[in-house]
Design a protein around this ligand. Structure first.
Ligand code: HEC
Length: 167
C-alpha cells in the first residue's frame, strides 16, 4: 500500500512537471497563442524610450563625425534616421509625444538647414543648437542628468572608420 501511494505520488508529480514543460517549451504563444495574447505580449515587448535613445545617441555621434569627415550624405542619412526614431518614441510612449513634437518642430529644421550648407562652421553652430534641443527634452522629461557632449570623441559606425583615423 505504502509503495502504491509512493508510486502514485511519483506519477502525479511527473505529470505536473510534464504540464509545466508543455507550457514552457511546446506552447509557443507566437504560434499557438490567441490573437489577444499575441497582441498583449507584443505590446509588452515594444522597446521603451531608452532603447530608441540608445540608437539616437549612436547616430548623434555618427552625424557629428560624418560632417567632420565631409561625408555629407551619410550625415544627412543619420539625421533622417534620428528624426524617424524620435517619431518612434512619439508612437511608443504617448506621454512623451508632445515634447517629442516640440523637438521635431524646433530642433530638427535648423539642423537640416545647417547640414545643407555642407560647411563645417555652419554645421557646428547647428549641431550645438541641436544638442541643446535634445537636452531640453531630457529636462522636460525628468532626465536633465543625461548630458550630451558637444564634440563627441568618436563615432561607432564602421563607415566612419574611426580606428584607422586614430592611428
Ligand atoms: C521626447 C524627448 C526626447 C528627445 C527629443 C530626445 N531625448 Fe534622449 N532621452 C529622453 C528620455 C526620457 C531619456 C531617458 C530614457 C527613459 O526614460 O527611458 C533619454 C535618454 C537618452 C540617452 C541615454 C540612453 C542610454 O540609456 O544610454 C541618450 C544617449 C539620448 N537620450 C540621446 C538623445 C539625443 C542625441 C537626442 C537628440 C538628437 C535626444 N536624446 C532627444 C528623451 C528625449
Amino acid at each position: 500500500m505504502k509503495r502504491y501511494v509512493l508510486l502514485m505520488g511519483l506519477i502525479v508529480s511527473l505529470s505536473v512537471a510534464g504540464v509545466g514543460l508543455g507550457v514552457g517549451a511546446a506552447d509557443d504563444w507566437r504560434k499557438s497563442g490567441s490573437d489577444a495574447q499575441k497582441l498583449k505580449n507584443l505590446v509588452a515587448a515594444v522597446p521603451g524610450t531608452s532603447h530608441w535613445m540608445f540608437e539616437i545617441g549612436e547616430r548623434y555621434k555618427n552625424l557629428y563625425w560624418a560632417a567632420q569627415q565631409g561625408k555629407w550624405e551619410f550625415a544627412n542619412y543619420q539625421l533622417e534616421e534620428i528624426e524617424k526614431l524620435v517619431q518612434m518614441v512619439q508612437l511608443t510612449r504617448p506621454k512623451r509625444a508632445a515634447t517629442a513634437q516640440q523637438f521635431l518642430d524646433d530642433g530638427m529644421p535648423q539642423m537640416h538647414k545647417a547640414l545643407e550648407t555642407r560647411q563645417w562652421n555652419a554645421f557646428k553652430r547647428g549641431f550645438n543648437q541641436f544638442s541643446e534641443a535634445c537636452m531640453r527634452c531630457h529636462a522636460q522629461n525628468d532626465h536633465a542628468f543625461i548630458v550630451l557632449p558637444r564634440e563627441p570623441k568618436a563615432a561607432s559606425s564602421p563607415v566612419l572608420d574611426m580606428e584607422l583615423d586614430a592611428d
